[in-house]
Unconditional design. Structure first.
Length: 259
């Protein structure tokens, strides 16, 4: 295949198997060199765009691979965190034990009308745990409330938050705040769902509704907890207000048969 040779003196282009000894145009000797292949100009916009595109694609592929590899572990960690929150609501100390093992021993995951219900048996006593979800001052708040078998008396409760203010709204996670709910009732004397009011000191709840004190200096977060309890429990209103003589387990079994 013929090659191109360029004269370094005058630029004359010769095509052939080899360069001539003398340039026919300028008569210079040994002045030819092979024509260089035209590569991509690294200073051009095209090069910049191509280079950036390749880097973005490589990074995207690496992130996708890492996400796929870590996804099972992330999901396992999320599930374990939920299990710990539910155990805390059930007043189970898992500090010296495997929380996942305790959860599997005590808790059975059920559904009511498509919504999650956690049915627990501890020391031959039955409890029902329901999820709570709401909005605080700076982000989401959530929790789990554990009820005795009458689906009325609060056995325990746990709260979490996304970004409430330390020393103020973040105090909803403390034992001091949570313990106020223990032994309270979410229904009135007629068996109607009323929730539990979270109010500033000195304020009184509506007749038939029990209450706890709000966090001092955290009015919006406390209101968020109040609304979260009211709205989240209201989603289970039918479940909470119809307890058969045999207890919650029969109610859940009847719901499974209907499905």
């Amino acid at each position: 295949m013929a090659k191109k040779y360029i004269c370094k003196v005058c630029g004359y282009v010769h095509t052939g198997d080899k360069a001539p000894a003398v340039c026919p145009q300028c008569q210079q000797t040994n002045c030819f060199e092979p024509e260089k292949s035209k590569g991509l100009d690294t200073n051009s916009n095209v090069y910049t765009i191509i280079y950036a595109t390749i880097v973005v694609v490589i990074v995207a592929v690496l992130l996708a691979v890492i996400s796929q590899v870590l996804s099972p572990r992330q999901e396992a960690n999320k599930r374990l965190d939920v299990q710990k929150q539910i155990l805390t609501a059930l007043n189970v100390d898992y500090s010296q034990a495997d929380p996942a093992a305790l959860y599997d021993e005590y808790v059975k995951e059920e559904e009511w009308d498509g919504k999650p219900v956690f049915y627990a048996t501890i020391d031959n006593t039955n409890y029902t745990v329901l999820p709570l979800k709401g909005q605080g001052l700076w982000g989401g708040i959530w929790g789990y409330i554990a009820l005795e078998d009458d689906l009325n008396t609060v056995y325990g409760i746990n709260f979490g938050h996304e970004s409430e203010t330390p020393g103020l709204g973040a105090e909803i996670v403390t034992e001091k705040f949570r313990s106020q709910f223990f032994g309270k009732h979410i229904k009135d004397g007629e068996g109607n769902l009323r929730s539990i009011a979270v109010l500033k000191e000195g304020k009184r709840a509506d007749e038939g509704q029990e209450q706890v004190d709000a966090v001092s200096g955290a009015t919006i977060t406390s209101t968020g907890v109040n609304d979260m309890l009211l709205n989240s429990l209201d989603e289970y209103k039918d479940f909470l207000e119809q307890i058969p003589a045999a207890g919650v387990e029969e109610l859940l079994n009847d719901n499974e048969e209907e499905d």
